[in-house]
Design a protein around this ligand. Structure first.
Ligand code: IFM
Length: 750
């Protein structure tokens, strides 16, 4: 903390995030920032020695367990980090003794978190301590932690304890029951099971000491198996302790504890594991890296956001998806939203399509849950959950307690009304297919998702006989400040688009895979009558849009609401909803996040109506000033950055972009402790590639129309389009010339 009570900012180089002071007040936010992972699990950046302010967590994809109110949540798994150091009776803790130097560093290129501390113990002995840890990207059930200890000015006895903590908590609730624990020649192990979902987890650990003769012991208090090593060290002598961990669950193997123990015995040396891990990262970055020259903060922040998504996406499991807070925090309980399909998927579709396919196949596996939801609400087909977890059933809480202890519980309507999710999913299915030409996947998975959600919409859309038009009533659009609206333009236009593409896919399937078409026709009851209703809806659904002015009315009656001037509320630190209350917010023309503009953004990709530069300008002018962009949803700023950039609004575009890019690194919204803002991170990829890089997917290949922020001298990235890689190496020219591409030094495609 400095003299004004502000915390010390992190420092950035191209590939590293550095913390140069220990800041006890920033514990939980920095734990989020220093999250590591490997697509199988994520581990928050808690310190090995443990602190009462800490909120350590390891989340493994798919390990959900029941919980009151929110139905199910990702269970915090046993903590593999505990590692204590005792020097001559003094236990190493940063708030005791004296910190003589300190640095914590996340190396994004290699996915390694490290910490170097020179510490004077209360007994006045100085020691250098270096920790490093990683979740192996090359072998995902393997975790590694190294601790190097070098006495500076003393010779003496050091004892270390390396443990597994079998009592992890989800904010006070422990999901695990201890089944058994034990030791083998290699190390110690724990066997646990989640209380309701009955998922078994086996975890085993070993230590290896080099640089000193050590005596080893095992102690096994229930649920906390521990390996203890004692040794003597003298000034300048470095002793290295390697703690290796293996972790399996019954979601993947039959006998997790046996598999964890067998795997532990077979593990190679730490140095070999880290080498294969780094190689795996090199391959990932080869595909997904973005190089920015001329702006080191933007460079690092972009890589940081990509890193957090790359560690959150499963490479080997198509039954799971990416939660809104990735695998990095307790926020939203590990539930999956439209954040994945609309915000995060493009990074994967265009740089690692096999991961995008996994993420979309999760939606195929959760169709049964979506069908149950449709039945529950009295509709047909598949109605996706606003918040989804392992089965696809709706897990949005119905009620949430207020912050005020005397307040009323708050009804959460998103589960009932925020139904655009069903089309958000197919939007991503469509673009995955366009980018990959993966006809087999479309035949086996995508088509069923597309068509059964169309069946849902066909039962949800209502015909208004008075106005002779189709309508969708009682919804929440993308803007969640208005919770009960009719004919939300965003929803209605996307549903129209959904039917257009569903009919196209149906015809394609019939021509290309007639057997599959017949199978789905029977399974989903796709009669001619049903399909002709789809065509009728396409022609006659009402989209509140004035072609003469280009202005979209967010929903029926929006323009009649009380207007607002957001500047009158400045300076502030809270959202408009927190200031006005839910009811009052509902009555004003104020948005939590882009809605009509979100529709234009989604249609911008294919330049379909109502997208055109004129409507974009008209709607920007109207809606941007009425959007609570800094305090509303974190999903907004990246989208505003792209649209502002399209409109030549240089300063605003960059400001919004950085607001999104630093949302977690600098805790811009104050809620980074709850976990990484996954959608915002995905929006960052889109802002750089589709926004500043101006990539348009033409019919044959992607083309850049760059308009880089001032100061960016180079922007370089790769995309894979229909099986062929395209490299873009763009330079800066005039800012804000739309898609003139001035100054581009696109070195062509290869
Ligand atoms: O999906 C979002 C929503 O759009 C705004 N509220 C938070 C959700 C999860 O990120």
């Amino acid at each position: 903390m400095d003299t004004k009570g502000r915390y010390q900012h992190l420092t950035y180089t191209d590939w590293t995030v550095r913390e140069t002071q220990f800041e006890p007040d920033q514990f939980r936010y920095r734990e989020t920032v220093f999250t590591i992972g490997n697509g199988y699990l994520g581990t928050r950046g808690s310190f090995e020695e443990g602190y009462s302010q800490a909120s350590p967590a390891t989340f493994i994809h798919g390990v959900y367990d029941e919980v009151p109110i929110v139905y199910t949540e990702l269970a915090n798994c046993p903590d593999w980090l505990p590692f204590t150091i005792n020097i001559d009776g003094d236990r190493f803790r940063l708030e005791k003794g004296e910190i003589l130097s300190y640095e914590r560093k996340l190396d994004l290129r290699q996915g390694i978190l490290s910490r170097s501390v020179r510490w004077r113990s209360p007994n006045n002995q100085i020691i250098d301590i270096h920790f490093e840890r990683f979740a192996n990207l090359a072998d995902e059930q393997v975790l590694a932690l190294r601790c190097q200890l070098t006495p500076v000015d003393f010779a003496g006895a050091i004892e270390i304890q390396a443990s597994i903590n079998g009592y992890p908590e989800n904010q006070g609730f422990n999901h695990w029951e201890l089944l058994d624990q034990g030791k083998t020649e290699a190390g110690v192990w724990l066997n646990l099971r989640t209380r309701s979902s009955r998922i078994q987890l086996g975890i085993a650990t070993s230590i290896k000491i080099s640089g000193a003769e050590a005596s080893l012991q095992v102690t096994s208090p229930p649920g906390y198996p521990t390996l203890i090593a004692s040794f003597l060290a003298s000034p300048g002598q470095t002793v290295t302790v390697d703690k290796l961990v293996t972790v399996f669950t019954s979601k993947h193997v039959e006998n997790p504890v046996a598999t964890a123990c067998e795997k532990l015995v077979q593990l190679p040396e730490y140095s070999f594991i880290i080498k294969t891990h780094s190689q795996a990262w090199e391959e990932v970055w080869q595909k997904s890296d973005i190089v920015i020259e001329g702006d080191v903060t933007a460079q690092l922040a972009v890589r940081y956001n990509l890193f957090q998504l790359l560690i959150a996406a499963s490479r080997n499991n198509d039954q799971v998806s990416i939660p809104a807070k990735t695998l990095s925090g307790f926020g939203y309980r590990g539930h999956i939203f439209w954040d994945t399909e609309i915000f995060i998927l493009p990074l994967f579709i265009y740089t690692q399509p096999e991961i995008a396919r996994n993420l979309l196949t999760y939606r195929y596996h959760t169709l049964p849950g979506a069908r149950r939801k449709a039945v529950h609400y009295g509709y047909k087909g598949a109605m996706y959950a606003w918040e989804s977890a392992d089965t696809g059933d709706e897990v949005t809480p119905r009620w949430l307690p207020p912050n005020d202890p005397y307040g009323e519980d708050i009804r959460i309507w998103c589960r009932d009304r925020e139904i655009h999710i069903s089309t958000d999913v197919v939007y991503a299915v469509w673009y995955y297919w366009q980018a990959t030409n993966d006809d087999e996947w479309m035949r086996d998975y995508g088509a069923e998702i597309f068509l059964d959600t169309a069946v849902f919409w066909s039962s949800r859309v209502e015909y208004n006989t008075k106005h002779e038009r189709y309508e969708i009533r009682e919804v929440i659009g993308a803007d969640e400040y208005h919770e009960f609206v009719h004919n939300n333009a965003f929803t209605n236009r996307l549903v129209q688009w959904h039917f257009e593409k569903a009919l196209y896919i149906y015809d394609w399937l019939y021509k290309t895979f007639p057997d599959k078409a017949i199978e789905l026709e029977d399974k989903l009851l796709l009669s001619i009558g049903r399909r002709s209703r789809w065509s009728d809806i396409i022609t006659n659904i009402w989209i509140p849009y004035d072609e003469s002015t280009g202005l979209i009315e967010q929903f029926e009656g929006f323009f009649q609401l009380q207007d607002i001037n957001l500047e009158e509320y400045e300076p502030r630190t809270k959202s408009i909803q927190a200031i006005l209350g839910i009811e009052e917010g509902n009555k004003r023309q104020v948005l939590k996040q882009p809605d009509a503009l979100m529709l234009l953004y989604l249609m911008r990709q294919s330049q379909e109506p109502p997208y055109n530069p004129h409507t974009l300008q008209a709607n920007w002018d109207y809606y941007a000033p009425r959007t609570d962009i800094s305090y509303g949803s974190s999903l907004g700023p990246a989208i505003h950055a792209i649209l502002a950039s399209d409109l030549g609004k240089t300063a605003q575009a960059y400001e919004r972009f950085m607001q999104a890019a630093l949302v977690d690194l600098e805790n811009v919204r104050g809620n980074a402790p709850e976990g990484i803002h996954g959608a915002s991170a995905g929006g960052i990829w889109q802002a750089v590639v589709l926004g500043f890089g101006g990539i348009q997917m033409g019919d044959s290949e992607p083309i850049a129309h760059p308009h880089l922020p001032p100061g960016w001298t180079r922007l370089k990235f790769k995309l894979i389009w229909r099986g062929k890689w395209h490299e873009f190496d763009l330079g800066n020219g005039e800012w804000g010339q739309g898609d003139q591409g001035a100054g581009s030094r696109d070195r062509g495609n290869s």
